[in-house]
Design a protein around this ligand. Structure first.
Ligand code: FAD
Ligand code: SF4
Length: 457
């Protein structure tokens, strides 16, 4: 059995000083060799492992036959953003975990092949016949732009309203460019513009314009894909000190506002030592960004052990290689104050107890405390939905149903909310912060349901 092909990675000591892509693409030769490993199974389990059921053997077979265009078309039947998903999907827990080759050897590098094909091809759309119907999309993240593409293909006028000055949602302001170079995101957004999707940036729906006004302006349907960008903090003393950031703010300031550059108008204060609190992908991104902007010591502090870390294995490996120091079984209890600035942190040492409802063993306090010498703290403990849109709809007497955390309740199959003609999906729905591909799947489902709804009007 031929060995799995690997993408070339920048040397860790070099890449920790730059924001360039950590991994290069497979070469043409490698892509051929990797595609040739696929057994083209009659009952392809990998397809069931993909949340949007991409025809994986189909696109790999077309690649084997040398038909890149067809390969790209097969992927784009299910996923708008193969260059993105091939880079950021947790394939080891999804499609690749189901590949039969993984039983005795290594699974096919599905993600690497997907990004290879995605980078080399582009979305193709035939002639669009105008339907005369209008759809507004709130938010230009994965859910919003996927819905926009599928709605525009049906000939509807599609207008995307985005609160920030740049498009792409978390793919732009959250995931750092060394994991997702922006050229691929720009390419997909340019494709949408070429299809006729209109984008309005710097528009906060719920403030600059309301959902009710959009309805009154003649939009036949509205999709809310506003994500879950409201940070959760720790609720411990010292959290309001200078030098404490939510991961969202820290990443946005660097990724979107280039706060790391000297000539920027909104610089970030780079200290010596940073503690990143949390163990998910967001924590890994924040830690790796902290290394790159110049912190000399960067800690990931997590209250369980390495086995329970929710981040992708690859991200953990990359963070370690780049010099991030992991402190397990530590729970934050206080941030020390020196003249209004962070001056170290106090942690309680934990041990693992019984499994909780998530199946992971619960961290249990031991009563022992330790200090950590840091001048910056980045909190990456999850996010919730921003209440702006939901609040403004309630003010306008639109009876939008939300759950107790503020997520918009939807029909999971169609994205329908409690308001006729208003749909939602992605991280703003009760599944909460999830993955890029899950948000895309939600955008696709909402677009399908709207296309059916608009056909009846
Ligand atoms: P978002 O991408 O959050 O987009 C929502 C958009 O709506 C934003 O652009 C926002 O500005 C806009 N908006 C919000 N409110 C308004 C308003 N009132 N008016 C107008 N616009 C508004 N997933 C993976 O699969 N792999 C990863 O490796 C991964 N890493 C991640 C790293 C980080 C740092 C973060 C934060 C998330 C990561 N995720 C990852 C999760 C994934 O990116 C998200 O689940 C996905 O992007 C959610 O898409 P969305 O469209 O629902 O929301
Ligand atoms: Fe795998 Fe993600 Fe591609 Fe699906 S979209 S095949 S899960 S990499």
């Amino acid at each position: 059995m031929a060995v799995r092909q690997r993408q070339h990675e920048q040397d860790p000591m070099v890449r920790r000083t730059n924001f360039d892509a950590v991994e290069s693409n497979l070469t043409d030769e490698q892509a051929k060799l990797e595609a040739a490993r696929c057994l083209n199974c009659k009952n392809p389990r990998c397809v069931q492992g993909c949340p949007v059921n991409i025809n994986i053997p189909g696109f790999i077979h077309a690649l084997k036959e040398g038909d890149l265009e067809k390969s790209g078309e097969i992927i784009r039947e299910s996923s708008l953003l193969p260059s993105v998903c091939g880079r950021v999907c947790p394939q080891e827990r999804q499609c690749e975990s189901k590949c039969v080759l993984g039983i005795k050897s290594e699974p096919i590098a599905i993600g690497a092949l997907e990004r290879y094909v995605g980078d080399a091809t582009a979305l193709k759309v035939g002639e669009i016949k105008e339907s005369g119907k209008k759809v507004a999309i709130v938010g230009s993240g994965c859910a919003g732009i996927t819905a926009a593409a599928d709605l525009r293909k049906e000939g509807h006028e599609v207008v995307v309203f985005e609160a920030l000055h740049k498009l792409g949602g978390v793919l732009r302001y959250g995931i750092p460019p060394f994991r997702l170079p922006r050229t691929f995101l720009d390419k997909e957004i340019d494709n949408l513009k070429a299809m006729g999707v209109k984008f309005h940036t710097n528009v906060v729906v719920g403030k600059s314009i309301t959902v009710k006004q959009l309805k009154d302006d003649g939009f036949n349907a509205i999709v809310i894909g506003s994500g879950a960008g409201l940070p959760k903090m720790m609720g411990i003393p010292g959290e309001n000190l200078n030098g404490v950031f939510s991961a969202n703010e820290f990443l946005t300031r660097v990724n979107l506002m280039q706060a790391n550059l000297e000539e920027t108008a909104t610089p970030i204060r780079v200290g010596e030592k940073a503690a990143i609190i949390g163990g998910g992908n967001v924590a890994m991104d924040a830690a790796r960004v902290a290394v790159r902007v110049g912190f000399k010591e960067v800690y990931i502090v997590y209250r369980r052990t390495e086995a329970e870390l929710p981040a992708r294995l690859e991200e953990i490996r990359h963070a370690k290689e780049e010099g991030v120091i992991f402190k397990f079984l530590h729970a934050p209890t206080e941030i020390y104050n020196k003249e209004g600035y962070v001056n170290g942190m106090k942690f309680e040492v934990m041990e693992l107890g019984e499994a909780d409802e998530s199946g992971r063993r619960k961290p249990v306090p031991t009563g022992k405390f330790v200090d950590l010498d840091v001048d910056t703290v980045v909190v990456a403990l999850g996010t919730g939905p921003n209440p702006t849109i939901q609040g403004s709809m309630l003010k306008d007497n639109m009876d939008l149903t939300t759950d107790k955390k503020g997520y918009i309740v939807i029909n999971a199959e169609t994205g329908e909310t409690s308001i006729d003609g208003v749909y939602a999906g992605g991280d703003v729905a009760p599944t909460g912060p999830s993955t890029a591909i899950n948000a895309m799947g939600a955008g696709k489902r909402a677009a399908k349901a709207i296309n059916e709804y608009l056909a009846q009007l």
